[in-house]
Design a protein around this ligand. Sequence first.
Ligand SMILES: Cc1ncc(C[n+]2csc(CCOP(=O)(O)OP(=O)(O)O)c2C)c(N)n1
Ligand SMILES: [Mg+2]
Length: 350
Amino acid sequence: MTTGNPTNQDPGTRGARSPDGRPDWPADVRRVALGIRRRVLDHTLRNNGGYLSQACSSADALATLYVHLMKLGQSVAPAVPLPFPGVPGPDNPGYSTGAGYNGPHEPGLDRFFFSPVHYALVLYSTLIEVGRMAPEGLAQFNRDGSSVELIGAEHSPGHEVTAGSLAQCLSQAAGVAMARKLKGDTGHNWVFMSDGEFQEGQTFEAIAAMAWHKIDNVTVLVDANAQQCDGAMSTVMEIDPIAERVRAFGGTAADVDGHDPEAIAAAASARVPGKPLVIVCHTDPCRGIPLLATRGEKLHYVRFKSAQEEAVFRAVLSEMTQDGNRPDGADAAALSSPAVLGAGKPGGRE
Ligand SMILES: Cc1ncc(C[n+]2csc(CCOP(=O)(O)OP(=O)(O)O)c2C)c(N)n1
Ligand SMILES: [Mg+2]
């Protein structure tokens, strides 16, 4: 079995090594995270628009999930995503969600629930960097009839539920986690959320329900980038301290530097029986591309304002690309090699 969890990796073949020969998973996380930022910047330049600040803030947390924390099987989805399969129903028996990119549903394996679906480009880039999706798949991004949606939906690669109406995913994941607990599944349930979703009441209702029903097989990673679509949280509606609010509703919570894979992993290992765990990853929406800060307070969606500005960001991409992996897919073989981890080989139903 191939998984992203180091306890299940073949120590002889996978990932970076420290000088003393031990697996160096934080180095792998850093490499994948750099690849994510680079790929999203490249895509943003090619399309003059993208959710770039979300890549800057969340790349380390998503890479930590896929490289180190989640225990997933090999992808069971096609490397190049198929078109939108149509809505589920009795006359559409071939329907499947995008969860196959995270491996099969098995009692002992983890499940991943991706909530802030405007981050979809970041998730697709993550899947590519860990070898679960082919780079060519991104060419279908936001095309009519494609499953590689701009705003991800349940049929989009890596997604299991529809969550475009923010803050609904946690409730759905809690229901799945409760069912899995009742069945005796040992696999864990990971949820990725944005901090804007903590401005919504449903999030706290879900936490209270999980605490009441002792649903403790759920861990939430929150990208606390202090931003939402109208600008900085401080100018829209402040929600700090998120961790204290979670505790007040019966959950357990930790505050970490969201760019520190080891801190995220340490927090994830400190679960409390009977309670869901929320890890508040404090992040910088310009991490890795500090030039973004020159765009001012509103970083939610990046569209370059002039050819001059675009040229400056193109130079940043070129700097980020100098040390190897090219984000255009030319190095697809390298990116999808098992050394990139957590992945197994992409593609093909097995
Ligand atoms: C229920 C709901 N309300 C409002 C929106 C519109 N919306 C889309 S993205 C967004 C910002 C959410 O905050 P966050 O995800 O933290 O923003 P980011 O950090 O990506 O800028 C909002 C309000 C929505 N999709 N769903
Ligand atoms: Mg935010």
